[in-house]
Ligand binder design. Structure first.
Ligand code: TMP
Length: 203
C-alpha cells in the first residue's frame, strides 16, 4: 500500500505522517516513512536546491523539472523497492504537491505536470490524505519553525490561499483516492480523524 500526506505548508501533515507510521507499526506492518522532495540520496540534494534561497530563484517550469527529477530518483531507490517487498510506503508529499504548487499557482501548468508524471513516474498513491486548514494559521506555524527551507512560505499568504484552493480542487479530480482531513484542533484530534480513514482503507 502506498499512502501520501499532502497539504499546505504548516498544515501538520508531517507530524501526522509520523504518527500514522507508528500506529501502522503497532499493528505489525512493515512500514517505510519517506518524504518529498527527497527520500533518496540524490533527491535530497535536489531538495536543498528547491527549498532554499530566493522565491524567484526558479520559475515554476524549472521547478516542475527539478521536482520530477527528484521524484524519479525517489521512486527508483526507495518507493518501488519497498512496494516490491510488500512494505507500506508512507510519503510526506508526492506528485499532488507538484500538481498544485507548480501546476496551479503561477499560471496553468498542470498539463506539463501531468505529461511528465505519466512519462517519468507512472504511479499514484492508493490513498492520499489532504490536510486542510486556514492558510493564515498554517503559514504562521510554518514560518515559526524557521527551518531554513522556507522558499515556498516566502511567497506569502495569497500563495498559500491558492494552494489550499488547488488542493481542494484536486480532491475532486481524484475522488477515489483523496480524502480531506480537517487539520484544525489538537494533534490528537487530527490523528483520530486521519487514523479512522487509514484503518478503514487497510481493511
Ligand atoms: P515540507 O517538507 O515542509 O513539506 O516542504 C516541502 C516544500 O516543497 C513545500 O513548501 C512544498 C514544496 N513542494 C513543491 O512545491 N512541489 C512538490 O512537488 C513537492 C514535493 C514539494
Amino acid at each position: 500500500m502506498f499512502i501520501s500526506f499532502e497539504g499546505i505548508d504548516g498544515s501538520g501533515k508531517s507530524t501526522q505522517a509520523k504518527r500514522c507510521v507508528q500506529a501502522l507499526r503497532e499493528l505489525g506492518r512493515d512500514v517505510v516513512l519517506t518524504r518529498e522532495p527527497g527520500g533518496a540520496e540524490g533527491a535530497e540534494e535536489i531538495r536543498n536546491l528547491l527549498l532554499t534561497g530566493d522565491p524567484d530563484r526558479w520559475s515554476a517550469e524549472t521547478e516542475i523539472l527539478l521536482f520530477t527529477a527528484a521524484r524519479r530518483d525517489h521512486l527508483e531507490k526507495t518507493i518501488q523497492p519497498n512496494l516490491d517487498k510488500n512494505a507500506v510506503v508512507v510519503t510526506d508529499r508526492f506528485a499532488d504537491s507538484t500538481r498544485v504548487y507548480q501546476g496551479a499557482t503561477r499560471g496553468d501548468l498542470r498539463t506539463h505536470v501531468d505529461v511528465l508524471h505519466r512519462e517519468m513516474i507512472g504511479i499514484d498513491p492508493d490513498l492520499t490524505l489532504v490536510f486542510d486548514m486556514d492558510p493564515k494559521v498554517a503559514l504562521q506555524r510554518g514560518l515559526a519553525r524557521s527551518s531554513g527551507e522556507d522558499r515556498f512560505e516566502d511567497f506569502g499568504l495569497a500563495f498559500q490561499q491558492k494552494l489550499r484552493d488547488g488542493f481542494l480542487a484536486l480532491t475532486n479530480d481524484f475522488a477515489d483516492r483523496c480524502v480531506v482531513i480537517d487539520a484544525s484542533g489538537s494533534q490528537d484530534q487530527v490523528f483520530e480523524r486521519m487514523w479512522s480513514v487509514v484503518k478503514d482503507r487497510l481493511q
